[in-house]
Design a protein around this ligand. Structure first.
Ligand code: UD1
Length: 341
């Protein structure tokens, strides 16, 4: 059985990917420091797949611990590296923490790959590397724009580190640029677990609807879009998770055309904030309390993916509709309210 290291495997996208990997016959070992996730996710994964993944709790910024991990896991077939801080706004307050966590952990992993001859790594990148693209839908060859936040900059730096290292080391990299992952597993056993007040739109919507928050602020209605609210390409987290299995298989089967491949992961369709709210109200039957607020600093106006490369080269396509995404997010919020598990 092929064994895959999933860093950040108890997090939102990581946990859904672990489920898909196990369901495709992979053995998974998770490394996570639990700084933004809960150990209970392991039992939730077991309830879905029947297998509790192996787990080690440590911070990949710790060079010695990371080296020791790799020394004890010589037989890894590949790595999916999710573990990172991900809140753009917070990164403005804590830039050093973001650079240290996101960049140093990748360096330590690359050291481990070099030392133990591990060839394949899938890296979690983000559409944030594009900033506000000049052309939409945005393709993978669009240039990086000056980052708007330390968080976005760490994704650019990590992609660059990987690119230069593919010139030197016998490694292969697939960088996946996520658009806006939302939703939850159909079982409602795993989903997004934001700590404190959510930054992201969909958890804020579902928390408002369930009564944890008073009112959703819609950040800006004077953008150059059909209803004035900002446009994003929302993608179901299970679609996203499946793309990682496809990427791992592509690497293991030796099908990569280049040592570094980059793919956009989105649906290719942009929705405004108002359309997301309407979809939520439609599927939940709940009237959402919201108000229009000023634009949020650092937000781009509109972005959605050109998905042709992922569709044609990976043979992968997102299949879930916006309504399905919102329904699964709502079912997850209701499960949380009942006490998941
Ligand atoms: C954000 C990050 C992005 C990161 C992603 C990770 C910023 C600027 N970008 O994406 O780099 O990769 O999260 O999850 O932080 N909105 C509201 N009210 C809210 C919350 C959001 O109107 O309470 C709007 C936003 O203005 C935006 C849309 O909803 O137009 C989506 O916002 P969000 O879910 O935070 O994602 P991004 O900002 O696109």
């Amino acid at each position: 059985m092929k064994k895959i290291l999933v860093t950040g495997g108890t997090g939102f996208i990581g946990s859904h990917t672990v489920v898909e990997l196990q369901q495709h016959g992979y053995e998974v070992v998770i490394v996570d420091d639990l700084s933004n996730s809960s150990v209970e996710v392991l039992d939730q994964i077991r309830k879905i797949t029947g297998i509790r993944p192996a787990f080690e709790q440590f911070d990949l910024v710790d060079r010695e611990r990371t080296a020791d991990f790799f020394a004890r896991h010589e037989q890894l077939s590949g790595i999916i590296h999710f573990a990172a801080f991900k809140a753009a706004g917070e990164s403005m307050e804590k830039p050093l923490e973001y650079y240290r966590n996101n960049v140093v952990s990748l360096l330590n992993i690359l050291d481990g790959m070099k030392m133990h001859g591990i060839r394949d790594i899938v890296f979690s990148s983000s559409c944030t590397v594009y900033g506000q693209p000049d052309q939409l839908p945005v393709t993978e060859d669009a240039p990086f724009k000056t980052a708007w936040s330390p968080y976005g900059n760490t994704k650019q730096i990590c992609e660059d580190i990987l690119r230069f290292n593919t010139l030197l080391l016998p490694i292969r990299v697939i960088a996946l640029r996520y658009f806006n992952p939302i939703g939850a597993h159909d079982s409602a056993l795993i989903g997004e677990l934001p700590l404190g007040v959510p930054n992201n739109l969909v958890p804020f919507i579902t928390q408002t609807a369930i009564g944890k928050r008073e009112c959703l602020s819609v950040f800006g209605n004077d953008y150059d879009t059909p209803d004035g609210t900002a446009i994003r390409d929302y993608i179901h987290v299970v679609d996203l998770a499946r793309a990682h299995v496809v990427a791992v298989e592509r690497m293991i089967q030796g099908n990569c055309l280049h040592n570094l491949e980059v793919f956009n992961l989105g649906t290719g369709i942009g929705f405004t904030v108002m359309e997301v709210i309407q979809s939520f109200e439609r599927v939940s039957g709940v009237k959402l309390n919201y108000r229009i607020a000023p634009r949020r600093a650092g937000d781009v106006e509109k972005v959605w993916a050109d998905t042709r490369l992922a569709n044609e080269t990976l043979g992968w396509k997102a299949v879930h509709s916006l309504d399905e995404m919102m329904l699964s997010a709502w079912n997850w919020e209701k499960a949380l309210a009942k006490g998941v598990g």
